[in-house]
Design a protein around this ligand. Structure first.
Ligand code: ADP
Length: 607
C-alpha cells in the first residue's frame, strides 16, 4: 500500500537563503551571456536616449522662449527657429533610438527568462524520473505538479522582470540622479527626497509578499491535490454521493487562496501607489522651489523644464520598483521550493563502478534480506532467504500485508534491502546499473497504468521499436489478441484516459503482454491475474510455459491455483517465511498452506 499523506513543506526562506536563491538564478542566467551582453548594451543605449530627452526638452523651452521674447532681432529669431527644428529632429531620433533599444532589452530579458524556464522544467522532470519510490510514496503528486508549473513560472517571471530590469532601473535612476545633482544640487536633493521612503516601502512589501507567496503556493498545491484526488477517485465520490462534501473541501481552500491573492494585490497596489504618491510630492516640492528660482532668475524656465522632465522620465522606473519587488518575492519563494527538489539525491542510484548486467543463468538468490520502509519503525520483511534457478518458478503466498509485493519490489531495486543482499548469478544486484537491471527484471503489477495512446503503443512501451508481429505474439500469449481483433481500430485503438476503457482483467492481460514482449530474464507476476478468471489464467500459464522455459519466474498470488505448479512455494506471514516447499510438501506439512488450500477448495466446491 502506498501512503501519500505528506505535503512538501512550504518553509519560508531566511534572508540569506533567499540571496543564495537569487545568486543561483543569476548564475543560471550567465549561461546566456551573449543575450545578457546585448541586453545590457541595449539598456545603456536606451538609458542614454531616455536621459538625453529632458536635456533636449529644456533646450527647446529656452529656444521657444527666445522666439517669444520681444527684444529679439530677426537673425536671432531665425537662429532660434532653426535651433528648435534641429531639436525636434534630435528628439525624433532619440525617441526612435530609445524605443528600439528598449524593445531589444525587453525581448532579450524575456528570452533569457523563457530559456531558464525551459531548462528548469527539464531538470525538474528529469529529477522526478530519478527520485526513488520512497520519495514518491511520501509526497502527493499534486504538490509535485504544482511545483513543476507554478514555481518554474515564478522563477521565469523573476528572470524576465527582474534581472535586466534591475540593471536598467539602476542605470537610469543612478545616472538621472547624478545629472540632476550636478545641474542643481538643491533641486536634485529635493527631487530625491522620496528615495528613503521607497527603500523602506520596498523592503517591507518584499518581505510580506514573499511569505504571502509561500502561503499562496501552498494553497494552490492543495487545490491541485484535491482536484487530482477527486478526479482519480470519481467513482467513489459518485458512489457515496459525496459531491457536496468534495465541493465544500475545494471551496474552503479556494476561499483561502482568494484571501491570500487579495492580500497580495492590496500589498502590491498600496506599495505602488504610496511610492508614486511620495514621488509626486517630491515633484510638487521641486516645482515650488524651482519656480521660485525661475522667478529669481537664478535658473531659466528651460532648466526647470529639464528637471521636471528628468523626474517624469524617472516616474516609470520608480513605479516598476513595485513590479520588481513582487518578482523578487515570488522568485525567492519559487526558487527555494524548486531548488529543494532539484538538490535531492535519489537514494537508489547506480553505484560507482556499476556495470550492465549480463544474465548467464538467471539464478536469483535472497540472502538474509530484511527491509523497513522509511519512517516505519518495524521491519516489513525479516530475514528472507531463498534461491531460484533459471527456468524455475517460485510461488509466494500469504495474507494481505505480509510483505509479498515488498519482496517483488526489492528485485528491480525500487527499494534497497535494509539488511542482507539480493544476488543474480551470485552477484549482488547493486553491482549492476539500474537501467540494465530493470531491463532484465520485469514486475507485472496488479494495478496497471494505461497511457493515453494506442493499444500497440501501450504494449510496446518498454521497446517502442519492437516489430508488429512481436507485439501481436505477446497479446496472443496474454489471451488478449481475440479481444483486440474485435475492436474497430484493432491495435491502433486508443486506450487510457481518453480512449476505450478496458476492464480490470483486460488491463491485467495488457500488462502481461507488455512485460512478456520484453523477454526479461526474471519475471515477477505480482497478483497480476487477480482480475482474470481461472480458466483464462490457466490458458495464459500454458502459453507462457514454453516462452518462459528459460525465464526465472516468481508468482505472487492469493489464489493457490495460480502458483501450485511452482517448483517452490513460500508461505509468508508478517514478513517472515513460515512454510516453504513444493505444493505436495506444503500439503503434507498440514499448516497454513494446507488450511488455505482447504478453504479455497471448499469455496470452489460451493460455486
Ligand atoms: P502484500 O503484498 O503481502 O499485501 P505489501 O508488501 O504490499 O504486502 O505490504 C507489506 C506492509 O508494508 C504493509 O503493512 C503495508 O502497509 C506496508 N507498506 C507497503 N508499501 C509501503 C510504503 N510505500 N511505505 C510504507 N509502508 C508500506
Amino acid at each position: 500500500m502506498i501512503v501519500k499523506n505528506q505535503t512538501i513543506s512550504a518553509r519560508p526562506l531566511k534572508n540569506n537563503d533567499s540571496f543564495k536563491v537569487f545568486f543561483r538564478i543569476i548564475k543560471m542566467s550567465l549561461k546566456y551571456k551573449w543575450r545578457l551582453i546585448f541586453g545590457i548594451v541595449a539598456i545603456f543605449i536606451s538609458s542614454g536616449f531616455s536621459l538625453y530627452i529632458p536635456l533636449l526638452l529644456g533646450d527647446a523651452v529656452d529656444a521657444a522662449n527666445n522666439l517669444l521674447g520681444d527684444n529679439s532681432e530677426i537673425s536671432s529669431i531665425n537662429d532660434s527657429r532653426n535651433h528648435l527644428y534641429f531639436i525636434c529632429i534630435l528628439l525624433l531620433i532619440a525617441s526612435i533610438g530609445r524605443g528600439t533599444s528598449a524593445m531589444l532589452h525587453v525581448y532579450l530579458g524575456e528570452s533569457i527568462g523563457q530559456h531558464i524556464g525551459y531548462e528548469l522544467r527539464m531538470l525538474y522532470y528529469e529529477k522526478l524520473q530519478r527520485l526513488s519510490f520512497s520519495y514518491h510514496a511520501g509526497v502527493h503528486t499534486g504538490d509535485l505538479i504544482t511545483r513543476g508549473i507554478l514555481d518554474v513560472e515564478g522563477i521565469r517571471m523573476f528572470v524576465q522582470t527582474a534581472i535586466l530590469r534591475l540593471i536598467f532601473l539602476t542605470t537610469l535612476i543612478g545616472t538621472g540622479t547624478f545629472l540632476m545633482l550636478k545641474t542643481n544640487p538643491t533641486l536634485g536633493l529635493l527631487s530625491l527626497s522620496f528615495v528613503p521612503f521607497v527603500a523602506w516601502k520596498a523592503t517591507s512589501a518584499r518581505l510580506k509578499l514573499r511569505s504571502n507567496w509561500y502561503a499562496l503556493q501552498d494553497k494552490l498545491s492543495t487545490l491541485t491535490k484535491t482536484m487530482d484526488e477527486n478526479l482519480g477517485g470519481i467513482r467513489v465520490v459518485r458512489a457515496f454521493s459525496a459531491e457536496e462534501f468534495e465541493m465544500e473541501k475545494y471551496k474552503k481552500v479556494s476561499d483561502e487562496a482568494l484571501d491570500l491573492s487579495n492580500e497580495q494585490v492590496s500589498i502590491r497596489s498600496s506599495s505602488i501607489s504610496l511610492i508614486s504618491t511620495s514621488f509626486f510630492i517630491s515633484m510638487g516640492i521641486v516645482l515650488l522651489v524651482g519656480g521660485q528660482q525661475v522667478i529669481n532668475g537664478s535658473i531659466t524656465p528651460g532648466e526647470l523644464t529639464q528637471f521636471l522632465a528628468f523626474m517624469s522620465i524617472l516616474l516609470d522606473p520608480v513605479r516598476q520598483i513595485g513590479l520588481m519587488i513582487n518578482g523578487f518575492a515570488r522568485g525567492s519563494a519559487s526558487g527555494g521550493r524548486l531548488f529543494a527538489i532539484l538538490d535531492l539525491e535519489p537514494n537508489i542510484h547506480d553505484e560507482v563502478d556499476s556495470q550492465d548486467i549480463v544474465v548467464k543463468k538467471g539464478k536469483l538468490e535472497f540472502r538474509n534480506v530484511s527491509f523497513t520502509y522509511e519512517g516505519d519503525n518495524h521491519e516489513t520483511i525479516h530475514n528472507i532467504s531463498f534461491t531460484i534457478d533459471q527456468g524455475e518458478t517460485l510461488g509466494i503466498v500469504g495474507p494481505p500485508g505480509s510483505g509479498k509485493s515488498t519482496i517483488a519490489h526489492l528485485i528491480p531495486r525500487f527499494y534497497d534491502p535494509t539488511e542482507g543482499s539480493i544476488l543474480i548469478d551470485n552477484l549482488d544486484i547493486r553491482n549492476f546499473t539500474l537501467e540494465s537491471l530493470r531491463h532484465a527484471v520485469c514486475v507485472v503489477e496488479q494495478d496497471t497504468f494505461m497511457f493515453t495512446a494506442s493499444i500497440e503503443h501501450n504494449i510496446a512501451y518498454g521497446n517502442p521499436w519492437a516489430p508488429d508481429d512481436r507485439v501481436e505474439k505477446s497479446t496472443h500469449h496474454a489471451q488478449l489478441a481475440e479481444y483486440i481483433e474485435r475492436l474497430p481500430e484493432k491495435y491502433k485503438t486508443l486506450v487510457g484516459e481518453r480512449g476505450v476503457s478496458l476492464s480490470g482483467g483486460q488491463r491485467q492481460r495488457l500488462s502481461i503482454a507488455r512485460s512478456v514482449m520484453l523477454d526479461p530474464n526474471i519475471i515477477i507476476f505480482d497478483d497480476s491475474t487477480a482480475a482474470i478468471d481461472a480458466g483464462t489464467e490457466r490458458k495464459i500459464r500454458e502459453e507462457l510455459k514454453n516462452l518462459t522455459s528459460k525465464t526465472t519466474t516468481i508468482i505472487i498470488s492469493h489464489r493457490l491455483s495460480s502458483l501450485m505448479h511452482a517448483n517452490k512455494i513460500l508461505f509468508l506471514e508478517k514478513g517472515r517465511i513460515v512454510e516453504s516447499g513444493s505444493h505436495d510438501e506444503l500439503l503434507e506439512l498440514n499448516g497454513h498452506y494446507k488450511d488455505l488450500y482447504d478453504l479455497q477448495n471448499k469455496a470452489r466446491g460451493k460455486m
